[in-house]
Design a binder for this molecule. Structure first.
Ligand SMILES: Nc1ncnc2c1ncn2[C@@H]1O[C@H](COP(=O)(O)OP(=O)(O)O)[C@@H](O)[C@H]1O
Ligand SMILES: [Mg+2]
Length: 398
């Protein structure tokens, strides 16, 4: 059932995977997949193969943020679209495109972006200010972030009164928000997301990749850009129920951002109705722990995100991750003992009712478009990352 992935190490047979069919057959509780493994083990290669082979089977694939710029060759090879976002480049996406038909989507997006730039949750009064500003900006056609910032700085007296708020208070409520959102209007991300989109999303495109490699290694900028570009892609999902993958390669780089995790989880919930299977790529399951202390709301969100991925594919793990991984996934002792010795391209596929050890087979014809990471492999630090930095801490080099 599904596209061929590789060889089942126990049976020697071909292992195939189709999250939609398995979900329909009640073998999975949701179609989403988490893929974890140390650097260089073949996670991206597996994700790209799944993408290419699924496209051959009639599915489509979205990559809302490609931080290393390694997905473009595959997108081009399958006749897909690559949007390269880079300061000084003409391409721009308006994440508020969808707002004309779905005000709530615009509100969620702005709340996430403001939360990311301010590094905190918004107060109820701030949510009120943001909603009023978005409504005001929408009154004049498709809103842009710049117009929302203007509306935050000079709120409408009429709307404020209708909401039972003094206009001075509303201005004060919007001050931090305007400051935070301005990063997308005049800051380092200016021109990428503020203004009308220069790209039309073709819902029939087999693959759409948003290349964020020009943003470098600033994890905040990456999280913001990823949030905005995924919002832009959502506008296509809103009108489609055709089956598609949404792939977050290198997701560990952005998942310590609470606002992004919250948004991702909301998307996961919505996406099932739209036929979407999400794939998130981490180094280790404890990447999700970095988001907050045990027992916190943030941690609960991260745990929820993991629970929302009923297929867990684990590639080689460092020794200090074995217990945590085994506990999180309910691995048996023999399964746990496999984790530190899995060779490149081989993973433990854990599904609710069965487990497989699968060696992913790359077809020679796929190599050209999949193995585009050669330059990256020689990057200093790529293999010298101390993998003992299990949880918490600052950004890691990779
Ligand atoms: N199943 C496989 N068979 C052979 N080579 C592979 C396989 N998977 C990955 N590779 C090679 O290993 C290298 C690292 O793979 P990559 O997918 O970039 O790793 P990761 O994303 O886990 O860091 C690439 O050169 C890739 O071509
Ligand atoms: Mg990779």
């Amino acid at each position: 059932m599904g596209v061929p992935v590789g060889v089942d190490a126990f049976t020697g047979g071909v292992f195939c995977f189709d999250p939609w069919a398995l979900y329909q057959a009640a073998e999975l509780t949701n179609p989403n997949v988490v893929l974890a493994g140390v650097i260089g083990q073949g996670k991206s290669a597996l994700a790209k193969s799944l993408a290419a082979r699924s496209i051959a089977a009639g599915r489509s694939v979205y990559v809302p943020g490609d931080p290393k710029g390694e997905w473009a060759p595959l997108a081009r090879a399958v006749g897909g679209t690559v949007v390269q976002l880079s300061p000084g480049h003409p391409a721009r996406l308006n994440p508020l495109d969808v707002t004309g038909t779905d005000l709530a989507a615009g509100q969620r997006l702005l709340a996430a972006v403001a939360g990311l730039t301010l590094h905190r949750d918004l107060s109820a009064a701030e949510h009120g200010a943001l909603d009023a500003a978005l409504t005001a900006a929408t009154g004049r056609g498709v809103p842009t972030i710049g117009r929302v910032v203007d509306a935050l700085s000079t709120p409408g007296a009429h709307t404020a009164r209708a909401d039972g708020v003094r206009v001075e208070d509303r201005t004060a409520d919007g001050r931090d928000l305007a400051h935070g959102l301005r990063r997308l209007v005049r800051g380092d991300l200016a021109d990428l997301f503020d203004g009308p989109s220069t790209q039309q999303l073709d819902p029939a495109a087999p693959m759409v990749v948003i290349d964020l490699s020009a943003l470098g290694s600033d994890e905040d900028a990456l999280a913001l850009a990823m949030t905005c570009s995924s919002a832009w892609l959502e506008s296509a999902l809103a009108t489609s129920t055709s089956k598609r993958w949404v792939i977050y390669d290198e997701a560990w780089r952005v998942l310590r951002q609470l606002a992004l995790v919250r948004r991702m989880q909301a998307q996961f919930k919505l996406s099932r109705a739209h036929g979407v299977a999400n794939l998130i790529v981490l180094h280790r399951l404890s990447d999700l722990d970095a988001i907050g202390a045990r027992g916190s709301e943030a941690r609960a969100l991260a745990e929820g995100l993991l629970a929302d991925c009923s297929t867990r594919v684990v590639y080689r793990q460092e020794a200090d991750q074995l217990t945590a991984t085994a506990t999180a996934l309910g691995l048996t002792c023999p399964e746990r003992d496999l984790l530190p010795v899995l060779p490149r391209g081989t993973g433990l596929w854990k599904m609710p009712h069965r487990t497989h050890v699968v060696h992913h087979l790359l077809h020679p014809a796929e190599m050209d478009v999949i193995d585009t990471d050669a330059a990256m492999r020689d990057e200093p630090g790529e293999f010298s990352v101390p993998d003992g930095s299990s949880s918490g801490g600052g950004p890691r080099a990779a």
